[in-house]
Write a protein that binds this ligand. Structure first.
Ligand code: IYR
Length: 222
């Protein structure tokens, strides 16, 4: 068994309490500006920005440091078109037959439907996959722990990093998403987790007039 190898914690940075107060308030101020956008501009985004945001996502805490994720960053026009066509096919079924009325009622304030032009308009789509297990160089399988939770945390960091950089995102989850394995050539043990749409919002972009729950509604202090 591998022995643990410890090194000093040199990356941690402490701030005086008043600076922490300011930083926490400032961060909340920044993240509360984030809005999910469904109308994207075609304006190009430098790939290096997305690369750094994906690197940030890859720092996420995760089960036994197995890092059970794979990010496919799509900018190819033809691949984006294939993804749009496959997603719209699923969504057509979702909105017209599969979704129960209760779900459609819950989505009504968001104004979503089966048309997903943003899958072609936005400069980048990031398909996020959760690996059910890893594969060692010799072909043996290695178990992944808390893969879904880990990929969820990484996705949150990715969305935050992209927002921090000044980009808009849309967390898109056509269901089922198996078509992503086929189009992107990912192996069967990788399960599509999320399709993140990334770019600048369209200049005319509008967002639904919705609010977030208050602190008292989302937290208890005991
Ligand atoms: N996947 C569909 C439906 C949808 C579901 C949820 I939950 C949302 O928050 C938004 C949409 C779609 O993308 O339209």
């Amino acid at each position: 068994m591998t022995q643990p190898n410890f090194i000093p914690l040199t990356s941690y940075q402490e701030y005086p309490a008043d600076e922490m107060e300011a930083r926490a308030a400032e961060f909340y101020g920044e993240i509360r500006r984030r809005r999910t956008v469904r109308e994207f501009s075609e304006r190009a985004v430098p790939r290096s920005i997305v690369e750094n945001c994906v690197l940030a996502a890859g720092t996420a805490p995760n089960g036994a440091n197995m890092q059970p994720w794979h990010f496919v960053v799509v900018s190819d026009t033809d691949v984006k078109r294939q993804i749009r066509e496959a997603a719209e096919e699923e969504e057509q079924e979702f909105y017209n037959s599969k979704a129960p009325q209760e779900w459609l009622d819950a989505l009504a304030p968001l104004g979503t439907d089966q048309h997903k032009p943003f899958l072609e308009t936005a400069p980048f789509l990031i398909a996020i996959f959760a690996q059910r297990h890893g594969i060692l160089p010799d072909g043996r399988k290695v178990k992944h722990y808390y893969a879904v939770e880990s990929v969820g945390i990484a996705s949150g960091i990715l969305i935050t990093a992209l927002h921090h950089a000044g980009l808009a995102t849309l967390t898109h989850t056509p269901s089922p998403m198996n078509f992503l394995n086929k189009i992107l050539g990912r192996p069967a043990h990788e399960r599509p987790f999320l399709l993140l749409v990334v770019g600048y919002p369209d200049e005319q972009a509008q967002v639904p007039d919705i609010t977030k729950k208050s602190l008292g509604e989302i937290a208890s202090f005991v």
